[in-house]
Design a protein around this ligand. Structure first.
Ligand code: PXP
Length: 252
């Protein structure tokens, strides 16, 4: 099976909020994340990812509901493990949930989830989501102890955090890539679906494709940034075309 692309459209909402956060009902409020989802579908996206943050800095609840109702692609909801977000997930019933750590101060999701340190709370939420028919992924750093802890929660998937890889260059990048390769091997051996994301772009993606057993990549910022210049559908298609270089012998 070919490598799947999940397109994160949060930053389409970031742009809208930059101007219209205080006038959410304005008929002028643009751009519309749902329109971006449809363009992503036309460009070959396999799923849509959104993150409704506690501080609502980009995606709003009404965006999530509209995208769930009107976009045909599978929906992946990223969420912090909080009662508020669990209630939203159970109302929305997305195809997938990816549990992520979340703090107000961070610019974006900075580290992976500490599944070891929050084993009981994580496992409980995983079970509640699964009971509602939602497949669950845990966003973790490629560390052996976190991968083992993720498997113990009985989540179906992990999303390996590629941020350290994306922010490393030269020898340091090789080290981060090796960590991801080992993490993917380990997670696959434990029966977990292996996804990855954060900071992947049109330049580093080719080197990242040396990681084995990948099923899906989630890419947001670089696609939205490129779409300003070439349009959303085109930006998604370019990413998709690069991903076609993933050797089928590598896929799970
Ligand atoms: N995966 C997760 C869990 C994320 O939190 C994010 C950022 O929202 C992404 C993937 C996408 O990262 P980027 O926007 O850097 O492509």
């Amino acid at each position: 099976m070919s490598l799947l692309l999940g397109v994160n459209v949060d930053h389409v909402a970031t742009l809208r909020q930059a101007r219209y956060a205080l006038q959410p009902d304005s008929p002028n409020a643009e751009p519309n994340p749902l329109v971006a989802c449809r363009a992503a579908q036309a460009g070959g996206a396999d799923s849509i990812t959104i993150h409704v943050r506690g501080d609502r800095r980009h995606m709003q609840e009404h965006d999530a509901i509209e995208i769930r109702e009107k976009c045909a692609l599978p929906l992946n909801l990223e969420m912090g493990n909080t009662p508020e977000m669990l209630a939203l997930a159970l109302k929305l019933v997305p195809d997938f949930v990816c549990l992520v750590p979340e703090t107000r101060e961070e610019v974006t999701t900075e580290g992976g989830l500490d599944v070891c340190g929050q084993a009981e709370a994580t496992k409980k939420t995983v079970g509640l989501l699964q009971d509602a028919g939602i497949r669950v992924s845990l966003f973790i750093d490629p560390e052996a102890v976190q991968i083992e802890a993720a498997a113990r929660t009985e989540a179906e998937m992990v999303e390996l955090h590629t941020g350290a890889f994306a922010n490393a260059f030269g020898v340091a990048e090789k080290h981060e890539l090796a960590q991801l390769q080992a993490g993917a091997q380990q997670a696959h051996a434990l029966g977990l679906q292996v996804n990855a994301g954060h900071g992947l772009n049109y330049e580093n993606l080719i080197r990242f494709l040396a990681v084995p057993h990948l099923t899906e990549l989630n890419v947001g910022h670089s696609i939205v940034a490129r779409s300003v210049l070439v349009g959303f559908e085109h930006a998604v298609r370019e990413m998709r075309n690069l991903m076609a270089n993933y050797p089928t012998s590598c896929s799970s």
